[in-house]
Design a protein around this ligand. Structure first.
Ligand SMILES: Cc1ncc(COP(=O)(O)O)c(C=O)c1O
Length: 389
C-alpha cells in the first residue's frame, strides 16, 4: 500500500531529537525553529516529559471516558491555575480542529443559533465546521460549504458591525485566532477584539478564541488574547499542549451547562495524553517559559530588524512572522539546506514563520540570527552582482 500523497515532503528523515535539535538518518544535525507546525513547546524529548510518559506507560496508557481518570482532573486544575481561567471547565479531545469543532457545536447548543462569523486569513482546521470557518477555498469541500458561515475582513470593525446589524439575532458564534498563524502571523488590533466581545455580548453570540497555535505561552502570555484583557466564552487549544502527543481542549465559561452525552470522544483525555499535557505545564511553570518566550522573542527581533530584505516583523513572544520583500521560499530553503535550520512559511508567501521551542537558548537563537543574516546578505550580493553584469 502507498501513502495517500497529500504532503509536499522535504527529503529529510529525522530519527532523533533533543531540545531544539533534530538529527537525520545520516547523522546531520538540524536546528528546529518551527517545532513541526508550532507543536514543540518545551523542546524535543525534555527529560521531565520523557520520564512522565515512560512512567505512565508502565501504569496504564488508555481507558475510555467511562471511568474515573484522575489525570484529567489534575490537568484541568493545573491548566486553570497557569492560565488564570480557574472557574472555566475543560473538555479534552485530540487535535486543534476537533477542539474548534466542539467549540462551534457547543456554542450552537448553548444559544440555539446556527450562523458563525469568521475572518479573512483564518485557519481553524480541516474537519467539517472547522474547515467551513477557514478562509481557504482550496480545502473547503462542497460538503463543507454553507452560507451560514459568514466571512468578515480581519481587523475591520465596520464590516463586522454591519454583519451583526443584519443578521445578529441568528449569529451563534464568532471565531477568531489569538494571532493568525497560517494566515501569516497577523495580530488583531486591541480595539477590534474588544468590539467583537461587545457585539457578542449585545447579540448573545458566543466568542470563541482559537488559541491552538498562539496559546500555551507562545506569545509571552499564556493565551495571546490575555494581553488585551478580554474574556472569551470558549477557548480552544492543542499544538503545544502535548509537545507532540496529540491532545486538544476547549476551556468553557461557567455559564455553559454540561449534560451527559452532549460532547464526547473515544481517545480524548486518555491517560498518556494527560500525562504528556501535565508534564508540559510542569515544565512551563518550573522553567518560566512564558518569560523566556518574551525575552528571546525581543532578542531575536532586536538582532534581525536591521537585516536587508525585511519589510516588517510581526511578533508576540516567540510567534514571529518575518515579512520579506519577496517570496520567502528561497530563504527558507537556504536556511534548511545550507544552514540546517527548520523554519515555516504561511499563506502569505512573503512571510517566514518562526516558532522555536519556548525554552530556546540564547546561543541557539544566535545560530538562527547569523544564518538568516548570511542568507539575506547573500541575496543582496547576488542582486548587486546581477546589476553589474
Ligand atoms: C489556529 C489553528 N487552529 C486550528 C488548527 C488545526 O489544528 P490540528 O491540525 O491539530 O487539527 C491549526 C493548525 O495549524 C491552527 O493553526
Amino acid at each position: 500500500m502507498n501513502l495517500f500523497n497529500v504532503y509536499p515532503l522535504f527529503n529529510i528523515n529525522p530519527v532523533k531529537a533533543q531540545g531544539s535539535f533534530l538529527w537525520d538518518d545520516k547523522g546531520q544535525q538540524y536546528l528546529d525553529f518551527y517545532g513541526g507546525h508550532a507543536v514543540i513547546s518545551i523542546g524535543h524529548n525534555h527529560p521531565h516529559y520523557q520520564k512522565t510518559l515512560k512512567e505512565q506507560l508502565d501504569k496504564i496508557s488508555f481507558y475510555s471516558n467511562s471511568v474515573q481518570n484522575e489525570l484529567q482532573t489534575e490537568l484541568a486544575e493545573k491548566l486553570g491555575r497557569i492560565s488564570g481561567y480557574e472557574d472555566y471547565s475543560l473538555f479534552l479531545c485530540n487535535s486543534g480542529a476537533e477542539a474548534n469543532e466542539n467549540a462551534l457545536k457547543l456554542a450552537s447548543f448553548h444559544n440555539g443559533k446556527s450562523k458563525v462569523v469568521y475572518f479573512s486569513g483564518s485557519f481553524h482546521g480541516r474537519t467539517s465546521a472547522a474547515v467551513s470557518v477557514t478562509d481557504n477555498p482550496k480545502i473547503v469541500a462542497p460538503v463543507n460549504y454553507d452560507e451560514r458561515f459568514i466571512r468578515s475582513e480581519w481587523n475591520n470593525t465596520g464590516q463586522l458591525e454591519d454583519i451583526f446589524e443584519k443578521e445578529g439575532t441568528e449569529i451563534s458564534s464568532v471565531i477568531i485566532e489569538g494571532i493568525q498563524g497560517v494566515g501569516g502571523v497577523m495580530i488583531p488590533d486591541a480595539a477590534f477584539l474588544m468590539r467583537i466581545k461587545e457585539l457578542c455580548q449585545q447579540y448573545d453570540a458566543v466568542l470563541i478564541l482559537d488559541e491552538v497555535q498562539s496559546g500555551y505561552g507562545r506569545s509571552g502570555y499564556f493565551f495571546a488574547h490575555q494581553e488585551y484583557g478580554i474574556q472569551p466564552d470558549l477557548i480552544t487549544t492543542a499544538k503545544g499542549m502535548g509537545n507532540g502527543f496529540p491532545i486538544g481542549g476547549v476551556l468553557i465559561h461557567p455559564e455553559f451547562q454540561a449534560t451527559n452525552g452532549l460532547l464526547g470522544t473515544t481517545f480524548g483525555g486518555n491517560h498518556l495524553a494527560c500525562a504528556a499535557a501535565i508534564a508540559v505545564l510542569d515544565v512551563m511553570k518550573d522553567e518560566n517559559l512564558m518569560e523566556n518566550a518574551r525575552i528571546m522573542g525581543d532578542y531575536i527581533e532586536e538582532k534581525i530588524k536591521m537585516l536587508p530584505h525585511i519589510r516588517s516583523i510581526r511578533r508576540k513572544g516567540l510567534m514571529i512572522g518575518i515579512e520579506l520583500d519577496r517570496d520567502c521560499a528561497e530563504v527558507r530553503s537556504r536556511l534548511l539546506y545550507d544552514h540546517h535550520i527548520f523554519t515555516g512559511n504561511s499563506n502569505d508567501k512573503a512571510v517566514l514563520r518562526i516558532l522555536p521551542a519556548l525554552n530556546i537558548k540564547k546561543e541557539e537563537t544566535d545560530l538562527f540570527i547569523n544564518a538568516l543574516k548570511t542568507v539575506l546578505e547573500g541575496l543582496t550580493t547576488e542582486a548587486a552582482k546581477a546589476l553589474t553584469h
